[in-house]
Design a protein around this ligand. Sequence first.
Ligand SMILES: NC(=O)c1ccc[n+]([C@@H]2O[C@H](COP(=O)([O-])OP(=O)(O)OC[C@H]3O[C@@H](n4cnc5c(N)ncnc54)[C@H](O)[C@@H]3O)[C@@H](O)[C@H]2O)c1
Length: 276
Amino acid sequence: MRDFKNKRVLITGGASGIGKIMARLCLERGAKVIIWDINSEAIEQVLTEFSNYGRIVGYTLDLADANQIKSTVTQVKKEQGIVDVLINNAGIVVGKYFHEHTVDNILNTSAINANAPMLTTLAFLDDMIQQNDGVVCNIASSGGLISNPKMSVYAASKWSLIGWSDSLRLEMKQLNKQVQFTTIMPYYIHTGMFDGVRSKIPILKPEPSALKIIKSIEKGRYMVTLPGYIYRITRLGQAIMPLRLFDWFAGRVLGIYKTMEHFVGRKDTSRPSESE
Ligand SMILES: NC(=O)c1ccc[n+]([C@@H]2O[C@H](COP(=O)([O-])OP(=O)(O)OC[C@H]3O[C@@H](n4cnc5c(N)ncnc54)[C@H](O)[C@@H]3O)[C@@H](O)[C@H]2O)c1
């Protein structure tokens, strides 16, 4: 059982959504929390709101920019010390048919959702390997397990994240290092990121979803879908059904392929939404 007490926990995208809730849950467990976000106003709000819970600091950066990641890592190491738990949570979605994407839409989504977790982990993993202790939790998506219209680039970025994250789990095992890699693949959560989505499968609530992620880290879980049955529906369903049958099941029975039809994304324009 992993313990958060006195651990330094870094959460990317920690200024809103499940990242913000996870920050509070970590503080409640006695962790020292560092949040990274592009939205400096939202960071300030979180620091004000949560300062009574314990020690929390924030850094503003754009995770799409490798140089900003590098300089913020240097600053964090100097000012805060070694990071024990890294939660790669920041993410964006465009929500359009692929042919409607701009080049920037594609590059940004890939940079923030897939490349930033790798670059951030690369910067902190050596310390974890040296102290033979640490956790990297990557917030992917069920969109990384199943194809879905109007989600192609997001799906690509999350498939990438899942493959990379779980390979690192195996690397740590092979190297006999006690560094835990936990990959989380949630279905839609009511945070605002996917506003407008309509779904037959119930959309998840943010608080219990964040709690499940923190508990998955504590329990040392490797691959976690929220809800749990999504893993079996996708991986088992894809394994045993011919593609046409699986398409009927996922598209017609579960209604997944039409969930993004009315997607609007974040209405709050101060947020870095890519949906317009
Ligand atoms: N909400 C869902 O339905 C859902 C479903 C599956 C997976 N996820 C994943 O969970 C994670 C968190 O999602 P959420 O719903 O809490 O989203 P959210 O939009 O509420 O929070 C994301 C945070 O990331 C920050 N961010 C975005 N771009 C950034 C950048 N370039 N640099 C730094 N920070 C940046 C935002 O400012 C925001 O605070 C994401 O990775 C998302 O893909 C969400």
